[in-house]
Design a protein around this ligand. Sequence first.
Ligand code: C2O
Ligand code: CU
Length: 495
Amino acid sequence: MSTHKAKSAGHHGGHDDMAGHDHNAHMGHAHAGHHVMVHAPAADVAEAYRKAYEHAQPEPGGAVVPVELEAREADWQITAGRTARAWTFNGQVPGPVIEARVGDVLEVRLTNHLSEPTTLHWHGIRLPAPMDGTDMVQHPVEPGAVFVYRIKLLDAGTFWYHSHSNEPVQVRRGMYGALVVRGEHEPVLDRERVLVLSDATVEPTGELSPDNDRQGLDGNVRLVNGVAEPEVMVAGGQVERWRVINASSARYVKLSIDGRAFVTLGTGGGLLEAALTVHDALLPPGDRIDIAVGPFEPGETVPVLSAPYDRGFGSGESERFAMVRVAPRADSQAVFPQQLRVIEPLVTGPLTPTREVRLGERAGAHGEVDYLINETQHLRGEDVVVGELQVWDIVNTSALDHPFHLHGFFFQVVERDGVAPAFRSWEDTVNVPAGGRVRIAWMPDDRPGEWMYHCHILEHHAAGMMAHFRVVRGASDHEPSQVSPHVQVHNEVAR
Ligand code: C2O
Ligand code: CU
């Protein structure tokens, strides 16, 4: 395939382009030779929002967790002596870590002090469509305006939030943060950390690159919690829980602690069934992993790396994200059971897929690469009916890996290239390797509205490797789904 780097063709919205970059996403598109896809909410959006707002009430014993987020420009110290102008939440990159418990209601008041509209997406959270933060369910939050997201938290896990407007610019410039939801039975370790991995393209002047490449290239600075290759002080003899989020626009991270064993506790949709010892873990953009790390010996220094991985550009070298420095020994209280929870299989037995999602590419008109979904850009996918089991084959016909993300619903991976995965998990993001095929299953529960799925390489998403679709309630004349008796369906996601 071509590795030509091209600046994307801008489809400008109605607002000023103050930062001098392209607004190539989400303000309405008319691609030559394609139908027009308008990304805009339906007229009854206000009423749907009001209902979702009122419906969000905490469980008995739960709380309303108020959060103020201000989208605004601020100076961001990426490395010592280098300050860039970033787009932030509350003046920091990443934005504040939001912490809550299952059964709480998050009430986030977003004020937009930027010069362009924005929205906020709650990546991985099962929420009603009007709170999903896309331009199909809300009007963008204009400069100077305020929008309140009110969301009841149903699931424990490591999630994140990020801008869902003009993403290749807004997210690359810093508009992302972690959201940690704790459940009742969490593994107890000696210490917990949230590590938001990302990267940035910093120019020699210290400023962030205004280039908005279409292909999705790695940045030249690797960041943990907004700092380039920081040191992490860990006490000797202790075992820590790390919640790791890959918030990069395009960078794949094959997480390695210098090749040492670590334990996977959970993935994007919360805890696994059983703790799993591994030596590395692939985190495509958008994905998360919870791991138990350590113990280390006092005095050690151990790099936290992204090991070589070929996503279509060659495999390169190990790249460092952070350095663990091990402090004197401290007592360890870390205990976690081998069995973490039970995840019922969503499906068993032979399956017929209900949808094929094809991720592809072709040479574009100006020598650049077009990123396609089912041979088009900005697809309007078929409706999905509440209660009807979905079995989707995600097929990658391109020469690059693509991370597939489904909004608002967890899925289970059923097969990768025909092979059942080694363990069961809930996910919202899965890597589909170049030339590969991943089969997923998910159950649309009763949350009708506009949803979407897309490649989580933000440049590909913006360039059209995405689909809108609706979840609809079955009409009374609708045939009930032909779920075979062998197919077990579990609507409730285990807490
Ligand atoms: Cu984290 Cu539509 O994405
Ligand atoms: Cu992609």
